[in-house]
Design a protein around this ligand. Structure first.
Ligand SMILES: CC(C)(COP(=O)(O)OP(=O)(O)OC[C@H]1O[C@@H](n2cnc3c(N)ncnc32)[C@H](O)[C@@H]1OP(=O)(O)O)[C@@H](O)C(=O)NCCC(=O)NCCS
Length: 485
């Protein structure tokens, strides 16, 4: 067994904050924003983020002292624009021979980013400084996508150009359409989505350059992903694929490809389009979660954008991440099928030996009500009556939530509903099949993956992601030949 025997002493000195703020103006050049460029300490250059993809704050503070084996090491302290503090251990191993260990990266910042700010204790989520509640209510998904990827809300001209580019790329290569025939119709849509997104790099060899300034790769992906998702759905139900209608909005066009059929006219319900728009915005980014970190890690090897996003889709698939919305509905359905005994179910959840978790509850970073879940709960309350949907699962969900918000088990562990708790109920009401819930999450998360990839690729200090480990296996031993074993 590996054992830590040295005592470690940290002491933090008072902070001395200096900020370096840059932004990207309309002409694409860097310029000071917020009216001031506060002196940046050049000595901390390697600790500062100089990404050109939006507003950046790299801030130096003082240092921490670490005593190891009688030697003292000075570790720089960096502070983010929301006063988040970190100790930079980048040179620790080179200087002391020690690495740090942090399973599940619970305490490890892997990058500087100016895209999303999340305060799990307070239940705050902002994209580029804008509150998620405001964006969900007032913005269009593509505006938010632009904001996340390029750092600012688009001007009317920028937005028109962006939308025009996205419309232009809505059709997928006809050969790719035939891929769908090769998948079994019962194949999980996440595996199909990941494969199809990755195969875009075979059709667009210019994407192999992994050039973050090549906007064409980005607009192609944002546009085609809807078509890929909808074609996959049509194939799974044995319907002919519906080609895109570029006169419709981004979300309207998606609804058309999903739910229209060639035999009847179809106009998407504006309330449904609005709901999809909001759902996608709520999912658009969530800083360094499992799938986004996957996109960054894969991208850090200079693999192309489509490959990196394809890997992110697979990471999202797991039930502890994006797959939880499917798991929530399955859980609610199971409770209903067994007579609706939600109280009994909650007892099982609290009994650790049962291995049962309340899906859609708890979060690695939110220790408060997930702000996205609040928006979704209100949406479910409005949308279901509009669609004349009476869903007993919504009542079960609300009952489970009411118990959990009072029960010491959940209160003491800060377990609150997360984004997946109500999103599944909304998707169900919209007619999205359960096994496509995570696909909808992926559709929404795409701008976040792209923005984070772009930010990383534009960081001049970028390094390939390569964590360390503490080896706990056998020490060197002699090989034993097969006959002697
Ligand atoms: C999201 C999740 C993986 C976060 O995990 P985490 O930060 O590693 O938290 P832990 O698994 O260490 O949980 C902390 C404690 O709360 C309990 N807990 C966490 N989520 C729980 C849940 N959904 N139901 C019951 N207990 C839960 C754990 O058993 C643990 O209890 P303990 O301290 O007595 O051992 C976890 O909350 C979970 O599995 N939730 C359900 C799946 C889900 O909704 N995922 C979507 C996330 S957006």
């Amino acid at each position: 067994m590996a054992r830590i025997t040295r005592s470690v002493d940290f002491s933090l000195k008072g902070y001395l904050l200096q900020a370096y703020l840059i932004g990207r103006n309309a002409s694409g050049t860097d310029s000071p924003i917020k009216g001031e460029l506060i002196k940046f300490n050049k000595g901390l250059g390697s600790h500062g983020n100089r990404s050109k993809s939006g507003m950046v704050a790299a801030i130096m503070a003082d240092s921490a002292k670490l005593t190891l084996d009688g030697n003292e090491y000075e570790l720089p302290i960096v502070v983010g624009s929301e006063n988040e503090k970190a100790i930079d251990i980048g040179k620790l191993r080179a200087e002391s021979g020690y690495v740090t260990i942090d399973g599940g990266y619970k305490n490890t910042g892997a990058c500087y980013s100016s895209i999303t700010y999340l305060d799990g204790e307070q239940g705050i989520l902002r994209y580029r400084g804008y509150a998620i509640e405001d964006l969900a209510e007032k913005a269009e998904f593509l505006e938010v996508a632009y904001l996340i990827i390029y750092g600012t809300l688009p001007t009317p001209t920028e937005y028109d150009t962006f939308k025009k580019d996205i419309r232009r790329h809505s059709i997928i290569h006809e050969d790719m359409r035939h891929f769908f025939d090769g998948f079994p119709s019962s194949g999980h849509p996440m595996s199909i989505l990941s494969s199809m997104v990755c195969s875009l790099s075979a059709y667009y060899p210019d994407s192999l350059d992994a050039d973050p300034t090549d906007d064409l790769q980005i607009t192609r992906l944002l546009s085609k992903i809807r078509t890929i998702v909808a074609f996959g759905y049509k194939k799974s139900i044995g319907h002919p694929a519906m080609y895109p209608r570029n006169d419709l909005s981004y979300c309207g066009n998606f609804m058309h490809m999903m739910f229209a059929n060639p035999a009847e006219p179809y106009e998407p319900d504006p309330e449904i389009v609005k709901a999809i728009n909001t759902l996608l915005i709520l999912h658009a980014d969530h800083e360094q979660n499992c799938s986004t970190s996957t996109v960054r890690l894969v991208g850090s090897s200079n693999a192309n954008l489509y490959a990196a996003v394809s890997a992110g889709i697979l990471a999202l698939w797991g039930p502890l991440h994006g797959g939880a919305n499917q798991a929530v509905i399955e859980m609610l359905q199971e409770i209903q099928d067994s007579g609706g005994d939600y109280k009994g179910f909650m007892e099982k959840v609290k009994d650790k030996s049962s291995g049962v978790r309340l899906m859609g509850f708890g979060h690695r970073v939110y220790k408060n009500y997930d702000p996205r879940a609040k928006v979704l709960k209100a949406m479910a309350d409005k949308l279901l009556p509009h669609l004349k949907v009476e869903d007993p699962l919504l009542d079960i969900a609300k009952n489970l939530e009411a118990i959990a918000l009072e029960d010491p088990y959940f209160v003491q562990r800060n377990l609150y509903p997360n984004v997946d708790f109500y999103s599944g109920i909304v998707y169900r009401a919209l007619g999205i099949p359960v096994n496509m819930f995570t696909v909808m999450f992926a559709l929404g998360r795409l701008p976040g993956w792209i923005g984070q990839w772009r930010e990383m690729m534009q960081d001049p200090g970028r390094k390939i992601g390569r964590p360390r480990q503490i080896y706990t296996g056998e020490n060197a031993r002699a090989f034993v030949s097969l006959a002697d074993r």
